[in-house]
Ligand binder design. Sequence first.
Ligand code: FES
Ligand code: FES
Length: 225
Amino acid sequence: MSEDCRASHHACDAGREDHQHANGGDPLAEIARSKATRRSFIKGVIASGATLGATGYLFRAGSAEARTVGAVERLVSLKVNGQVRRVDVLAHETLANTLRYKLGLTGTKLSCDRGECGACTVLIGDTAFYSCTTLTHSVADKDITTVEGLAKNGQLHPVQKAFIEEIGPQCGFCTPGQVMSAVALLKANPHPTIEEAQRAMSGNLCRCGSYEQYLAGVMRAAKGG
Ligand code: FES
Ligand code: FES
C-alpha cells in the first residue's frame, strides 16, 4: 500500500487497480480494505442525513417559504361525538382515514373512497358530508358526529330504531351512512315529504337494494317512530 493510501481512504478508492497490484492480489488484504471503505461510506451517509435533518429543521422553523407551501400543524384537536381528541394528522389526510385508522371509529365505512357511494357519511355540524372527500385539517374546529355518537343513554337514535323497524339493513355496510344522511335531513327538515326524503337520501348507495326500506324508515322516524 502506498503512503498516499495509508493517509487517505479517498486516495485508496481512487487507486483501486493500483492496490490490487500493490497487495499482490492478496484476498484478505482486499477484504480488510473494502471493509474500511464501507465504514467510511456509512459514516458519510449518517453525516449527510444529519445535515439534511438540520436543514429541514431550519426550514420549518424559520422560513417564510415554509409557511406559504401549505405547511400545517400536524397535531390537531378534533371534536368528535362531543369529545376533544388530539390526533396526528397528515396534511392531505381525509377525515374518513382519521376517524377509522387513528381514532378507531370504524362505524364510518370506506367503500368507493372518492365521493360516490355515501358509505362514509358523517355530520359536520348538522350537515351530512362524505368524510372520504373531506380533509381532516379543514374541520379541526367543527363538531363532528359519527354513527357512534348518535345513541344517548344506551338508547338508539330514533332513525336507527326506525330503520330496524322497517328492516332497512341487509348486509349493513351502507347503514351507518344511510343513518347519518337521514339524521341530517330530519335536523334540517323534521317533516319531509317523501320526495324530499328521496332527494336527501339519493347520495347513499345500497348494493343490497334496500332503498324502499330505508325510505320507509326515514318517514317513520319523521312521524316519531
Ligand atoms: S366511501 Fe366516501 S363516498 Fe364512498
Ligand atoms: S344493506 Fe347492504 S349495501 Fe345497503
